[in-house]
Write a protein that binds this ligand. Structure first.
Ligand code: F6R
Length: 645
């Protein structure tokens, strides 16, 4: 099925009272297609509150959060200050938390974050800003925290509390086990929380173990609470928080008791709520083709049967009576659905020449297609679609690979040093040697947490380039068809990137205009508002939109694969490319060429498995799911979704 990028979620942003909960939900929530629109509306609610307090001559007391979730809200508030004259002179802020120990001037401090992302750009008096002090000693911390509480109380309590949610279910840094009436205090961070912070600290060993946080009681005393949740990786915890039992193991569930809380979510963060995952359990649904596909796959999982074994009774007993009523009987519906899934499977991702293509995911002509595979980092191509990539080349298509970023920050100093020293040992004395010496010195003299000097970054980028070329040569792609775009937004040297700019879009556009592809593959991590994959995808979307009037674009189909972290759901898949055991091994070998990304990469996240293991597991899981539904039994399957740009 095709999806429309601009389709807008129908649920409006409304406060408690005007929204009808589904019987599964215990917290009011609103869902948006785009986190940008949602962030604007949250900023607007805050701005309205500030203005209304101001008109009454009152102070407005805000509880603020850090992290990736609120960044866009702060951007909107800054915009409102600059363009609409929104003043923050009557605003008093209390931040939720700060790492311990933490110097306020450190780039990792929440103090720095708040000034960088909000306070430096608005007219709030410095004396009205409160952020827990990460330099406080262990002896003083209890008194300090009690005084923080008193200050909030002295200001009349929080009028509005902005929250994000951690994957442990923490709000602020109230980790699992926190009491519902806990106050501001020092805590020990959960391991998962530290892992999530590891990439911005350039390694988990640099993440502090403790923090000061407002308590659950402090937060839930706020008159109004808005919690932001973006992206797929929040989906599981959002479901447990909104639909699960209230429990100290998920402190955010305490918000179920708060009378004026709204969760503002994007579609990916909300995707596991019953209302979205199995809407037929909540309300009457319109049985569109995608909805039917989803329901049948869901039912198979629920009753653990293959499609062709589903009975009328299975449908009726699991809230799908209306579907059977509409379709007549399970017999016809099962066959229809079986065929539909069967037709997603093809060993010819570039289309099968001389075949009837009426039920195939790709067109048969032109027989030899020009293809561009966009890969956000130099390795996503082989990790996420190595099997399909291999087939496309072997089936004679002109395959171009475009590595969108240099990926230089993910090369360890030890690896860079190894390459630089080998080159120094090998080369005669000369100018080149001076450059290499600068690299070695740069690495050896670099202080902890400092960004790499330019020569070091250049070398790290080159290492990834050569690893990529080794992999593309293994798949027999001519070097001239391998493009290193080095998109400028990525080249900050730090984990935090610049926003996507026209210069990035133009580079992508130029390549598309040069190749005039029939197929474009891109990493379709649609949500993740700040991740590199999303920015790279936006670059492709924008470039394709700007080129849309070119005649060659009429023949260009966009296929989305998923990045290293998760896979398309079965009901979302439009093309499933199976792999034989041999092809699985070829893909594994192609991934192995990316040697600096093996054996404990710098940005591992919580999944400690190597990329090739994750990729194989994921592809095997998709194949197993197809098999369970009653389709053919393959060793592995790569999945794609067609996108209507
Ligand atoms: C931040 C805070 C945390 C974050 C949460 C989500 O001040 O207290 O609870 O809100 O860890 O972080 P992001 O938004 O980065 O996913």
């Amino acid at each position: 099925m095709k999806t429309n990028a601009d389709e807008v979620q129908s649920v409006k942003y409304v406060k408690v009272g005007t929204y009808e909960y589904s019987r599964f939900e215990k917290i009011h929530n609103v869902v948006f297609k785009k986190s940008s629109k949602a962030s604007y509306l949250v900023a607007k609610e805050i701005a309205d509150l500030i203005r209304s307090k101001n008109s009454k001559g009152e102070k407005c007391v805000l509880g603020l959060a850090t992290g990736s979730s609120p960044i866009r809200v702060y951007e909107e508030l800054i915009k409102m200050h600059k363009e609409e004259g929104l003043s923050f002179k009557n605003v008093i802020t209390f931040n939720l938390d700060e790492y311990l120990p933490m110097n306020p001037s450190s780039i990792h401090s929440y103090h720095y974050f708040m000034h960088e992302n909000l306070f430096n750009h608005i007219d709030i008096p410095e004396a009205q800003i409160h952020i827990p002090d990460g330099t406080i000693s262990q002896e003083e911390v209890n008194d300090y925290c009690a005084a923080y509480e008193e200050k909030i109380a002295a200001c009349g309590g929080l009028d509005f509390q902005l929250l994000g949610i951690g994957r442990t279910g923490h709000i602020g840094f109230n980790e699992p086990g926190s009491h519902y009436n806990s106050a501001t205090r020092s805590i020990t961070l959960d391991q998962l929380t530290r892992e999530d912070a590891a990439s911005s600290f350039l390694g988990i060993e640099n993440v502090p173990k403790k923090a000061i946080t407002m308590g659950v009681g402090t937060v839930t005393n706020a008159k109004r609470i808005v919690l932001l949740g973006w992206g797929h990786k929040k989906a599981e915890i959002i479901k447990q928080t909104i639909e699960g039992e209230e429990t100290a193991q998920i402190p955010a569930t305490y918000l179920q008791d708060h009378p004026n809380t709204t969760f503002v979510l994007d579609t990916e963060a909300a995707s596991m709520l019953t209302r979205f995952e199995s809407p037929w359990l909540v309300d009457t649904v319109e049985w569109t083709a995608p909805m039917i596909k989803r329901a049948v796959v869901w039912l198979c999982d629920k009753v653990e049967k293959s499609i062709l074994k589903l009975t009328d009774k299975d449908y009726n007993e699991h809230g799908l009576a209306s579907l059977i009523a509409e379709k007549g009987s399970s017999y016809e519906l099962n066959i229809e659905m079986f065929n539909q899934l069967q037709h997603t499977i093809t060993g010819w991702p570039g289309g099968k020449p001389n075949a009837d293509d009426s039920n195939r995911p790709e067109r048969k002509s032109p027989e030899k297609k020009r293809v561009i595979i966009f890969s956000p980092h130099p390795d996503d191509d082989v990790i996420s679609m190595g099997g399909t990539f291999d087939r496309l080349v072997q089936q004679g298509h002109e395959v171009h690979i475009a590595y969108q970023t240099s990926g230089n920050i993910a090369v360890s100093n030890a690896d860079a040093l190894k390459f630089a020293e080998v080159a120094m040992d090998f080369l005669p004395q000369g100018e080149e040697l001076e450059k290499l010496k600068a690299v070695v010195e740069g690495i050896n003299q670099k202080k902890e947490n400092e960004i790499d000097p330019i020569q070091v970054r250049e070398l790290k980028g080159l290492i990834r380039k050569r690893e990529s070329i080794a992999a593309t040569r293994y798949f027999e792609v001519p070097d001239a068809q391998v493009h290193f775009l080095n998109l400028p937004f990525y080249e900050t040297g730090a984990v935090k990137k610049s926003p996507l700019g026209q210069a990035d879009i133009d580079i992508v556009k130029n390549l598309i205009a040069e190749v005039k592809p029939h197929q474009v593959y891109a990493a379709g991590d649609l949500a993740d508002p700040h991740g590199t994959h999303k920015v790279c995808l936006d670059a492709v979307f924008k470039a394709m939109a700007e080129l849309k009037s070119e005649s060659y674009m009429d023949d260009c189909w966009l296929w989305l694969y998923r990045g290293a972290w998760h896979e398309w759901e079965i009901h979302e898949i439009d093309m499933a490319v199976p792999m034989s055991p041999d092809q699985v091994l070829r893909k594994r070998k192609a991934i192995f060429f990316h040697q600096t990304q093996k054996d404990g990469v710098l940005f591992q996240g919580e999944d400690l498995r190597e990329f090739w293991v994750r990729a194989e597991d994921r592809n095997k899981k998709t194949a197993a799911h197809y098999r369970k539904l009653g389709l053919s039994d393959y060793a592995a399957i790569e999945a794609f979704k067609r996108f209507d740009y």
